[in-house]
Design a protein around this ligand. Structure first.
Ligand SMILES: [Zn+2]
Length: 199
C-alpha cells in the first residue's frame, strides 16, 4: 500500500493512463554533467522521451544541461532548490523553494517533492497556484548503494506496467547503477512495444 494516495493529495499524479502502451520515465536530482549527459545520449538512441525533475541549485550551476534537455524534446519539472524534505521544512519556506525551482525552468507546472515527502498543506498551496504534484508508482532504487544493478533491473522490470511513472536519478550517486540498468531497461521496453513518453 502506498503511503500517499489521491485522497490525501487531490490532483496529484501517481501514474499515467493504463490503456496505452506508454510508460513515463522520470529523472530526479539533476542536472549533473556525467549522469545527465549519459541519460540524454541513451534516450536519444532509443528515441525515448522523459521528464526531468531538476534541483534549482543544480540548474544554476549547469544551465547548459537544462537547455540540452529541452532542446531534445524532454519535459522539465521542479524538484525544489536544495532538495528539501517537506516533512521537516516549514510550509512557507517549502512552497517558496518549490516555486523558485519552477521559475528557473521554461513554463513547467510539474513539481516532484524530494523523497515524496510533502505535507498536505504544502501540496494544497502549490495546487492552488496551478502547480501539479507528481509522485510515481515504480522506484528503480538506482540511488541505493546497497542494491546491485541486477537487483535494480529485476525490480524495475517486474514492477513497470503500461502507464507507469518510473523514477531514476541522474545524479553522481546513482550513476554506478543507472548506467548499467537504463540501457537494458530501454531494450526490454522496446521489445515489449512500449513507448517512453513525457508526462
Ligand atoms: Zn530527489
Amino acid at each position: 500500500m502506498m503511503r500517499w494516495g489521491p485522497i490525501r493529495y487531490p490532483g496529484a499524479i501517481f501514474r499515467g493512463p493504463q490503456d496505452t502502451a506508454s510508460i513515463h520515465l522520470t529523472f530526479d536530482d539533476g542536472p549533473s554533467p556525467e549522469a545527465t549527459t549519459f541519460v540524454l545520449d541513451t534516450l536519444k538512441q532509443f528515441d525515448a522521451k522523459a521528464t526531468f525533475f531538476l534541483i534549482g541549485k543544480n540548474v544554476q550551476q549547469h544551465p547548459d544541461l537544462m537547455a540540452r534537455i529541452c532542446a531534445e524534446g524532454h519535459l522539465l519539472g521542479g524538484h525544489s532548490m536544495h532538495h528539501e524534505n517537506g516533512w521537516n521544512t516549514p510550509t512557507p519556506e517549502y512552497v517558496h523553494s518549490a516555486r523558485q525551482s519552477l521559475e528557473l525552468l521554461k513554463e513547467s507546472r510539474f513539481f516532484r517533492p524530494p523523497y515524496g515527502r510533502i505535507k498536505k498543506k504544502q501540496h494544497q498551496l502549490l495546487a492552488a497556484e496551478g502547480i501539479q504534484t507528481v509522485f510515481w508508482d515504480v522506484l528503480s532504487y538506482d540511488y541505493d548503494a546497497q542494491m546491485s544493478p541486477e537487483q535494480c533491473l529485476e525490480h524495475t522490470r517486474k514492477k513497470t506496467r503500461p502507464g507507469s511513472i518510473v523514477v531514476f536519478h541522474d545524479s553522481q550517486k546513482a550513476f554506478p547503477r543507472l548506467r548499467r540498468i537504463l540501457p537494458q531497461l530501454l531494450v526490454h521496453w522496446t521489445d515489449m512495444g512500449w513507448e517512453c513518453r513525457t508526462l
